[in-house]
Design a protein around this ligand. Structure first.
Ligand code: SF4
Ligand code: SF4
Length: 234
């Protein structure tokens, strides 16, 4: 076994970045690490595989980081899957009165929650609560063409143009010319953008639109194939 020590940078833990940092190989656009001859398992997954194979134990617990300026006493907590997040915050002394935002996941890639009525799932690694002073919402943000989002993108995409084309409703150019589906949703462009444009959020919606279209096309093709087969039998 060889332990490779990597430079501290973000994003480093994403599959494609790890493959490149450790092996020097690039995962081709739209492909998986296996296409570059690599498999990526994090430590938790590796331990879970061991327990499942040697002890017959499925994944029933998660270690969740409960943190953020809205949490009174932040902690890492091991808890059963299905635990209400209110129990996690209770174990951390509760939430501060000025808490205004809850995020399930990390600060860059996590998803905002509507309320406290959610539970820990098998993919939950963190639960964050932010207090009022960190609010950076901007009404009707406007791009100032500084280019910072392009400079920080680890995939070398062009977030400024991706956003522009998505806002125009041109998903085709976003997908096929600007390679929007290669976005790993790291949030680096959104974090860097001085105009506070919701870049990553827009790209998530763009991906959803492409995936919906793919599923609709697949369902249509299956229905047509089924109808053709029935016609042939009749
Ligand atoms: S979220 Fe932004 S910076 Fe990250 S990969 Fe996607 S476009 Fe690039
Ligand atoms: S970082 Fe923001 S303001 Fe600057 S070019 Fe990108 S989208 Fe525009």
């Amino acid at each position: 076994m060889v332990v490779e020590v990597l430079h501290t940078r973000y994003p480093q833990g994403a599959e494609k970045q790890l493959v490149q940092a450790v092996s020097g190989r690039q995962v081709p656009s739209g492909k998986l690490p296996a296409d570059a001859g690599c498999c990526i398992f994090n430590l938790n997954t590796t331990c879970a595989i061991y327990r499942a194979v040697y002890e017959g134990m499925p994944v029933v617990n998660k270690i969740v980081t409960v943190s953020g300026s809205g949490v009174i006493d932040p902690k890492n907590i091991e808890c059963p899957i299905g635990t209400p997040i209110t129990k996690l915050f209770d174990a951390c002394g509760g939430l501060k009165d000025e808490t205004y935002k809850l995020i399930m996941g990390g600060p860059m890639m996590g998803l905002a929650q509507y309320d406290l009525d959610v539970t820990v799932g098998k993919g939950t690694g963190a639960m964050l609560a932010f207090a009022d002073k960190e609010e950076q919402y901007v009404e009707d943000p406007q791009c100032i063409r500084c280019g910072k989002c392009v400079g920080v993108c680890p995939i070398r995409l062009e977030p400024i143009f991706m956003y522009k084309y998505l806002m125009k409703g041109d998903v085709d150019t976003w997908q096929n010319v600007l390679h929007g589906m290669d976005c790993i949703e790291c949030g680096a462009c959104t974090y860097t953008c001085p105009a506070r444009l919701p870049l990553t959020h827009a790209f998530r919606l763009g991906k959803q639109e492409v995936n919906n279209a793919r599923m609709a096309a697949k369902a249509k093709a299956e229905a047509e194939a089924k109808a053709a087969a029935e016609k042939k039998e009749a």
